[in-house]
Design a protein around this ligand. Structure first.
Ligand code: ACO
Length: 328
């Protein structure tokens, strides 16, 4: 059998119950609902409960994706989990999800770390595994507890992020022009100082809420400019590689960092915002989880229909960025 593509056969997502509104943040920090909404488009975000870990969010999203795909976890050949906020340094959160799913087969499972672009990187890896014949069915998850990577005293970063998880099940298909049509991945390490955490195991600096050390730091304005530029370029590269005109894209499913970045990408595609899947208002930036969360929402509410052409894109720390063109 000649395998031609990796088709998405199910999606799922999960958000923690606790909602943190801009108004609540304005009660604790020198900020306002108006500032947050106009600069970012965010009105609220979800926060994982104490004792609720990235693997718990990932598990629920994965179970929902498997349910939509109508396949059992036992039939998976590979689990890829994109996260910047793993449960532990090791074992990998993906392996914990394998156990929690009750998968007894000794399939490969590992985490990949490309910050907000992690899910797109995961799709690209899964696509390669399936096209090469190394795997027939792959679970790709993006899951984060970003609320634990930010300093809640730093108004310039903590207002941006939220927790959540999204997942897709990919399967080998012989149908041409179905599933993942192309992926493009990039990284450029020269911008590390604009967006990074100050702590980590090898640096010997642990995240410490009392002193505020170790947490995420960002020069937002400069990141913003680089994100807009990189995403505009990747839209052009993706369309050219597939010989497509921008009018042929049915849905833009972007990383949800900032409404103004999303609007600029939509403008490049000549798209009205009605054809852009937006969750940033309710989810904030959930890093690697943001694209699969948005995708699942639009699949479940019926906006995305079989045969639709989707452009998925993300940009994040590293910098890392990427796109995936998908025929649903
Ligand atoms: N409330 C009120 N004022 C604030 C707040 C706040 N929460 N945060 C910052 N300010 C102030 C600043 O101190 C500054 O004040 P000053 O002019 O007196 O110095 C002013 O607001 C403007 O600050 P800027 O940083 O220039 O604001 P900007 O318009 O750039 O918006 C934002 C900031 C929202 C962070 C924006 O730059 C952005 O979204 N950047 C991109 C983020 C991104 O895409 N990151 C990549 C993904 S994340 C990842 O990979 C982990």
């Amino acid at each position: 059998m000649s395998i031609l593509a990796a088709r998405m056969i199910g999606s799922g997502s999960y958000l923690p119950e606790q909602i943190l509104s801009n108004a609540e943040l304005a009660g604790r920090l020198d900020t306002t609902d108006e500032w947050i909404r106009t600069r970012t488009g965010i009105t609220e975000r979800r926060i994982a409960a104490p004792g609720e870990y990235t693997s718990d969010l990932a598990l629920k999203a994965a179970q929902r994706a498997l349910q939509m795909a109508d396949v059992s976890a036992e039939t998976l050949d590979f689990i890829l989990l994109a996260t910047t906020t793993p449960d532990l340094v090791f074992p990998a959160t993906a392996v914990r999800v394998q156990r929690k799913l009750g998968v007894k087969r000794q399939i490969p499972a590992f985490d990949l770390q490309a910050v907000c672009a992690g899910f797109i990187y995961g799709l690209s890896m899964a696509d390669s595994l399936i096209r090469s014949g190394a795997a027939r069915r792959v679970l790709v998850i993006g899951a984060e507890t970003m609320s634990r990577a930010v300093d809640w005293q730093d108004r310039s970063t903590c207002i941006l992020f939220g927790d959540g998880a999204g997942a897709v099940v990919l399967e080998a298909t012989e149908e041409p022009q179905r599933g993942i049509l192309s992926t493009h991945l990039y990284a450029d390490g020269q911008y590390e100082d604009l967006l990074r955490t100050q702590g980590g195991i090898s640096h010997g600096i642990l995240l410490d809420p009392a002193s505020g050390s170790g947490f995420l730091q960002m020069r937002g304005n400069e990141v913003f400019k680089q994100a807009v530029k990189a995403l505009e370029e990747i839209v052009d590269v993706t369309l050219a590689a597939n010989g497509l005109d921008k009018s042929q894209i049915d849905w833009l499913v972007p990383h949800q960092a900032n409404i103004r970045i999303i609007q600029s990408t939509a403008k490049r595609l000549g798209m009205t915002m009605e054809r852009v899947v937006m969750t940033v208002d309710r989810h904030g930036n959930t890093s690697a989880a943001s694209v699969p969360l948005a995708l699942d929402e639009a699949v479940r509410d019926g906006r995305i229909q079989p045969g639709h052409l989707l452009l998925l894109e993300a940009f994040g720390g590293g910098f890392t960025w990427g796109s995936a063109l998908v025929r649903w």
